[in-house]
Write a protein that binds this ligand. Structure first.
Ligand code: CA
Length: 253
């Protein structure tokens, strides 16, 4: 969407009011990974589809997009509950996720999302820190962050599948991210592309910016609680200076 300075001011005021905060002291950005930093979601969706088929279950690729952001375990349990009326055993969780990872690793390397590096670079130039909060445990992709994004992210304070118990849409991953970055919710923004991820950022009381990089309808991101919605990274970048300047005006009462 195209926002005016006044739209952005109103969005920040609504966020502060909703959470009972008086100031917005922007210091860091918490980035989701799949669909925000890498265009990996189509590969995740096809890998899930094939792995589930191998184990006799049906998970259409489109549905996989709707589960985006969940942990692998949560996704497997939802599908198995639907298909077989029960949750998965520890062995099944391990085997199915391992199979999905094998298929994912066979996919071409996911390309970075256009503009993502430029956006993080702008944030860093404005004195902000950035880290990654992802439900992913895909070592193949996690290992590529530095190749593409240099030292833009605090990788030692990243949150991955290995840190969380519940995963998105629970606020837990973002709450852990805030803790690792040593900031309060009103000192950060979340950048997300999926409804469940937006829900998690919103529930963690962080100002959540949705960037719709995939096939879903943008209204789903607003309904999940996005404070701002952009249809591409380019659109977010176009608004960045204005957003940052308006945000700065909320640093002190
Ligand atoms: Ca995502």
């Amino acid at each position: 969407m195209i926002y005016t300075e006044n739209d952005i001011r109103k969005a920040i005021e609504a966020y502060l009011k909703r959470n009972g905060f008086e100031t917005f002291d922007l210091q860091c950005a918490l980035f989701d990974m799949d669909g925000v930093l890498f265009n990996s979601m189509p590969y995740h969706a096809s890998s899930w589809n094939k792995a589930m088929k191998d184990f006799g279950m049906n998970l259409p690729e489109y549905e996989a997009f709707l589960h985006e952001g969940r942990t692998g375990e949560a996704t497997i349990n939802i599908v198995m509950q639907r298909e077989w009326g029960r949750t998965a055993t520890e062995k099944e969780l391990k085997d199915i996720y391992a199979r999905k990872s094998i298929y994912f690793d066979q996919c071409p390397t996911a390309k970075p999302i256009d503009g993502a590096k430029q956006l993080v670079t702008k944030m860093r130039e404005d004195g902000m820190l950035a880290t990654i909060v992802t439900g992913s445990g895909q070592k193949s992709l996690l290992g590529k962050i530095q190749n593409y994004y240099d030292d833009l992210f605090c990788l030692d304070r990243m949150v991955t599948a290995f840190d969380v118990k519940y995963g998105k849409p629970n606020p837990e991953p973002y709450l852990i991210g805030l803790k690792k970055m040593n900031v309060q919710p009103n000192q950060a923004i979340v950048v997300e592309n999926a409804p469940l991820g937006v829900e998690a950022g919103h529930a963690a009381s962080v100002f959540t910016v949705a960037v719709n990089t995939g096939p879903i309808d943008g209204s789903a991101l607003i309904e999940s609680g996005a404070d701002l919605l952009f249809s591409s990274m380019a659109e977010f970048i176009e608004h960045w200076d204005m957003f940052f300047n308006v945000a700065k005006s909320f640093r002190q009462i």
